[in-house]
Write a protein that binds this ligand. Structure first.
Ligand code: FES
Ligand code: FE
Length: 457
C-alpha cells in the first residue's frame, strides 16, 4: 500500500501520470480525496478551460445579470449598457467583499455593501465615498475597476468565459464534439433557458458526477426504482448494443445510444412534417421534442445527427438530451459538488407544452429528480470511501470493453467507437485529466494533448 504522499503536499507530474493507467483501466482513488490535487484542478483545469456561464435568453437586457463560477472564482455575467456581455469577478477591489449577493436580477450598477464603492456594468469603478475628503483626491479610480475574465464568447447564444488569455478560441476549444453537444439543443431552432435554475449540493467529487453521465452500465440497475415506479421504460432508452463513444479534443466526449446508420437513412427520407407527426404519435404523456429536423444534419454532421447519448464539454458541462437540459457540476472542495440544472426549450413552444416539459425535467433530475436521487447517493458513498487510508489504496476499475473495439473515423473529424455499453469515455476523461493536470500552460496542452485514439481501443 502506497502511503508515501503526505496529506496536503502537491503531487509531482510523474505521480499524477500514474493515477490513471490506460493499459489496465484502473484509477487511483486519491483523485477524489486530496485537497492539494483539488487546488491544482482549480488552477490547471478550471482557470484555463472555457466555463459555461449562461444562455443569452437569461440576460436579454442591459443590466441583466447571472451569478456563476469559474472554479472557486465567483463571477457576475452581466449585459452592459452597450449590449456586450461582461464577465466580472464578484469581488470588490477594496477589501474583497462580494458585490452582488442575488443569484440573478437586473442592476444599474454594483454597489459594495461594505464601504459603498460603486462599479459600472462594465466593471469600471465610478464611485468612491470620501474621495475628496478621506482620500484627499489622492486616488486613481481608473486603476481599481473589477477584474474580468480574460475571454468571453458564445456559441449559438451559450456564453462561456475563461480566465486564461491563451485558451484557444471557443469554437476551436469546443471542437466537433462540443459543437455537436450544444448543437443538439438548437438542432430544431432557437431556444431559451426557462426561468429557475435548480441548484443543490451532493457530497461527491465532481469527477464522479462527470464519470456517471458517460455511464450507461448503471442505468438498468441503479435506476430500476424509476422503472418500477413507472416513471420510465429503461428498455426503450438503453439500446445496449447501439452505443457510441466520440473522443473529443481536450477531454470532451459523447457516450450513449446512437441511431444505427440504417435507421438514420430511413429518417433521412422523411420530410420535416412527417418527422413532427411521427414524434407526436410516439409521445406518451410527456411530449418529446420532435425528431430532429432536416437542417439538423447540416448543423451536427452525419455522425452527430445520430447521437442520442450524453455529451460532456470538459470539464463539467453535461448536455442532457434526456429532457434537453444543461447541467453544471461545480466543484466545492474534493468532497462536494454543486449541481445546477438549466432547462432549455424551443422559443416557439406553446406554454402548455412547455409546462409539461418543465414538470418532466423536474421529476427527472435536480433535487426532486428521481434519477438524481438514485445517482447522488451512490456518488456520495463512492467519494466517502475514497477518504479511508486503507480504502483509497484500492484502485477503481474502469476497464469495461478495453481492447475490444475498433476506432471509426469516417464522417467526423474525431475518433469514435460504435459498440455495446463500455467505459471508453471514462478512460478518455482521465487520460485528458492527467494531461491538463501536468501541463505547464496552454502551449503545453496544445502540443501534448492526447492523440485521437486509433486502431483498437
Ligand atoms: Fe467593497 Fe470596502 S470592501 S467598498
Ligand atoms: Fe443515472
Amino acid at each position: 500500500m502506497d502511503l508515501a504522499q503526505e496529506p496536503g503536499s502537491i503531487p509531482g507530474k510523474s505521480e499524477i501520470m500514474s493515477y490513471f493507467d490506460p493499459r489496465s483501466g484502473t484509477l487511483d482513488r486519491r483523485v477524489f480525496a486530496d485537497q492539494a490535487l483539488y487546488d491544482l484542478e482549480m488552477r490547471n483545469i478550471y482557470a484555463r478551460a472555457w466555463n459555461f456561464m449562461c444562455h443569452e435568453s437569461q440576460i436579454p437586457n442591459a443590466g441583466d445579470y447571472f451569478i456563476n463560477y469559474i472554479g472557486e472564482d465567483q463571477v457576475i455575467v452581466v449585459r452592459d449598457k452597450q449590449g456586450e456581455v461582461q464577465v466580472l469577478l464578484n469581488t470588490c477591489r477594496h477589501r474583497g467583499n462580494a458585490l452582488c449577493r442575488a443569484e440573478q436580477g437586473n442592476a444599474k450598477s454594483f454597489v459594495c455593501s461594505y464601504h459603498g464603492w460603486n462599479y459600472d456594468l462594465n466593471g469600471d469603478l465610478i464611485g468612491v465615498p470620501g474621495l475628496s475628503s478621506y482620500y484627499r483626491k489622492d486616488f486613481d479610480k481608473s486603476q481599481w475597476g473589477l477584474a474580468k475574465a480574460a475571454q468571453v464568447d458564445h456559441f449559438h447564444g451559450f456564453y462561456f468565459a475563461t480566465l486564461d488569455p491563451d485558451t484557444p478560441p471557443l469554437h476551436d476549444y469546443l471542437g466537433e464534439v462540443g459543437r455537436i453537444g450544444l448543437g443538439l439543443l438548437v438542432a430544431n431552432g432557437p431556444v431559451e433557458v426557462v426561468d429557475g435554475v435548480q441548484k443543490n449540493v451532493i457530497d461527491c467529487n465532481w469527477k464522479i458526477a462527470v464519470d456517471n453521465l458517460f455511464d450507461w452500465y448503471h442505468v438498468q440497475y441503479s435506476h430500476a426504482s424509476a422503472a418500477t415506479a413507472g416513471f420510465m421504460d429503461i428498455a426503450a432508452i438503453l439500446h445496449p448494443n447501439n452505443q457510441m463513444v466520440m473522443f473529443g479534443q481536450y477531454g470532451h466526449a459523447i457516450s450513449g445510444p446512437v441511431i444505427p446508420e440504417k435507421m438514420q437513412a430511413e429518417i433521412d427520407t422523411l420530410s420535416d412534417e412527417q418527422r413532427i407527426a411521427l414524434a407526436r404519435s410516439a409521445a406518451d404523456d410527456v411530449p418529446r421534442p420532435p425528431l430532429r429536423l432536416r437542417a439538423a444534419k447540416e448543423l451536427l454532421g452525419p455522425v452527430g445527427v445520430r447521437c442520442i447519448g450524453h455529451p460532456n464539454i470538459f470539464p463539467n458541462l453535461w448536455v442532457s438530451t434526456n429532457g434537453t437540459q444543461l447541467s453544471l457540476r461545480l466543484p466545492r472542495g474534493p468532497f462536494a459538488t454543486e449541481i445546477w440544472w438549466f432547462t432549455v426549450l424551443p422559443k416557439e413552444m406553446p406554454e402548455e407544452v412547455k409546462k409539461k416539459h418543465i414538470a418532466f425535467n423536474t421529476h427527472l433530475f435536480g433535487p426532486a429528480g428521481m434519477l438524481e436521487q438514485d445517482d447522488g447517493e451512490n456518488w456520495s458513498q463512492s467519494t466517502r470511501a475514497s477518504r479511508g487510508v486503507k480504502s483509497r489504496a484500492y484502485r477503481h476499475n474502469i476497464s469495461m470493453g478495453l481492447g475490444h473495439d475498433e476506432v471509426l473515423t469516417e464522417g467526423s473529424t474525431v475518433s469514435r467507437v460504435e459498440t455495446t455499453i463500455s467505459e471508453h469515455a471514462q478512460r478518455w476523461l482521465y487520460t485528458n485529466w492527467m494531461n491538463w493536470m501536468t501541463a505547464d500552460s496552454w502551449a503545453d496542452i496544445k502540443t501534448n494533448h492526447p492523440a485521437q485514439p486509433k486502431g483498437r481501443v
